[in-house]
Design a protein around this ligand. Structure first.
Ligand code: FES
Length: 179
C-alpha cells in the first residue's frame, strides 16, 4: 500500500476487481464497501476524487461513498503513512498489557506518542510508520493485546520478543513501501 495524490486514478486491475464485486452482490450498496477497500489497497487512501470514481463504478451517488468512507475507521479519507499501526487499548486489551505493548513499540521505533487517551499518535522521523492508540475494539479480545497494521491483525503481543518481531515486520513493511 502506498500514499498517493488526490489526482490518482484507479488501475485497470482495481477497476476489474470492483466489477467482480459489483457482479457478486444483488444490491449495489453491498458492493460499495469491498470496492472502497480495493481502491484504498491500491492508492493508500480515499480522496474525494477516488470516492467519486468508485461510486461511479458501483453505480451509486457519490454521497453514498462519502458516507461510508467517513463512517468506517479502516477507510482513510486523508493521506496516511505507508505503515499505519493501531493498538487497541479497550479494557480487555488494556488488562493484559496493551499500553506496555504500545510503549515498547514506540520506544523501539523512537516514536514520541502525543495526545489524550484514545486519541494518541506519533510517527517515525521519516513519516513511514504511524502509531495510534485507539479505544476501538477490533473484535480480537481473545488474542489480546493486539494491534492492526493496515488491515492485518497482529495478536498476542505479550512478550518483549513479540514486540520485537512486530517492530521488525513494521520496518520491513516501511522499507518495502519505498521500493
Ligand atoms: S478489546 Fe482489544 S480487540 Fe477487543
Amino acid at each position: 500500500m502506498s500514499a498517493s495524490t488526490a489526482a490518482a486514478t484507479l488501475s485497470d486491475s482495481t477497476k476489474a476487481a470492483i466489477a467482480v464485486e459489483v457482479a457478486r452482490y444483488p444490491h449495489k450498496k453491498t458492493a460499495l464497501l469491498p470496492s472502497l477497500k480495493l481502491a484504498q489497497a491500491q492508492l493508500g487512501w480515499l480522496s474525494r476524487d477516488t470516492l467519486a470514481q468508485v461510486a461511479d463504478l458501483v453505480g451509486l451517488p457519490h454521497s453514498h461513498a462519502v458516507e461510508l468512507a467517513t463512517f468506517y475507521s479502516m477507510l482513510f479519507t486523508e493521506p496516511v503513512a505507508p505503515v499505519r499501526v493501531e493498538f487497541c487499548i479497550q479494557l480487555p486489551c488494556a488488562l493484559v498489557g496493551a499500553e506496555e505493548a504500545l510503549s515498547k513499540t514506540a520506544a523501539l521505533l523512537d516514536v514520541a506518542i502525543a495526545g489524550k487517551h484514545g486519541m494518541r499518535h506519533g510517527h517515525t522521523a521519516d513519516h513511514q510508520i504511524e502509531l495510534h492508540g485507539t479505544v476501538e475494539c477490533f473484535g480480537s479480545c481473545h488474542r489480546a493485546p493486539m494491534c492492526r497494521v493496515g488491515v492485518d491483525y497482529v495478536e498476542n503481543l505479550k512478550t518483549d520478543d513479540d514486540v520485537k518481531k512486530l517492530v521488525a515486520d513494521l520496518k520491513s513493511r516501511a522499507a518495502a513501501s519505498k521500493s
